[in-house]
Design a protein around this ligand. Structure first.
Ligand SMILES: C[S@@+](CC[C@H](N)C(=O)[O-])C[C@H]1O[C@@H](n2cnc3c(N)ncnc32)[C@H](O)[C@@H]1O
Length: 212
């Protein structure tokens, strides 16, 4: 890792919780002004727009909230209250300054999430279901903290979706899902032919939790 300025390659190469904490501790200060601005990263806008368009309401858990840009996008659409969860205290320190979350929780989403069953009417996540980060194994725990009839809206990097087996994982959860829809979007608005990731895409997955 470039300890001065981590980048996308460092993030995609993460190997476990300690690695994630180290990379994002080093990235937190420059994430918004560097990565988000320079690449014109836009997954948070896609997730917020889809969540609201599908009728999503609060309270909403933003998983892997990072510096809080998805929370900002939801707050701009009058959606809340919002809670943030992330493995990196440094990223959440940045999110806190945005002033849009009523609670920020440091937690490893690969462990059991520290929220009771049916806590949230919505669960959202942008940019965190990607290479080196979270996989489909945690979808059952996300459904656990979501209320029956609640809406989950997450972005999943398209390559990661295929390689990590999201389609199979969603099939297994069939009984717990009332409605499932998805579309594919570009992750970045900036185009740069010298950047191997500039045309990368993600799936926006929206699912409604079945009522028992
Ligand atoms: C690429 S950033 C995305 C942040 C924000 N949602 C956005 O769209 O800009 C990924 C975030 O996931 C967090 N993360 C990585 N692994 C995690 C884990 N196991 N549990 C919780 N958060 C994790 C990182 O700390 C980081 O803040």
């Amino acid at each position: 890792m470039n300890a001065e300025k981590p980048d996308l390659e460092d993030a995609y190469a993460l190997q476990g919780a300690e690695d994630a904490k180290a990379v994002y501790a080093a990235w937190a200060d420059s994430y918004d002004a560097g990565f988000v601005s320079e690449r014109r990263y836009q997954l948070h806008e896609h997730v917020a727009a889809a969540f609201v368009a599908e009728g999503g309401i609060g309270p909403v858990l933003d998983l892997g909230a990072g510096t809080g840009i998805l929370g900002m996008a939801l707050a701009a659409r009058n959606c809340g209250p919002l809670e943030a969860a992330d493995i990196s205290p440094e990223m959440l320190d940045q999110a806190r300054t945005k002033g849009v979350y009523r609670r920020l929780v440091v937690t490893d989403a690969n462990a059991h999430l520290p929220f009771p069953d049916n806590s949230f009417a919505g669960v959202v996540s942008s940019g965190t279901f990607t290479l080196g980060h979270l996989g489909p194994e945690i979808l059952p725990d996300l459904l656990r903290v979501l209320r029956p009839g609640g809406l989950l809206t997450i972005s999943v990097n398209s390559r990661h979706y295929d390689e990590a087996g999201f389609a199979d994982a969603l099939r297994v959860l069939f009984d717990r899902i009332a409605k499932l829809r998805s579309n594919t979007v570009p992750i970045y608005a900036a185009t740069d032919s010298s950047d191997p990731h500039s045309a990368d895409t993600a799936k926006i997955i929206c699912l409604t939790k079945a009522t028992p």
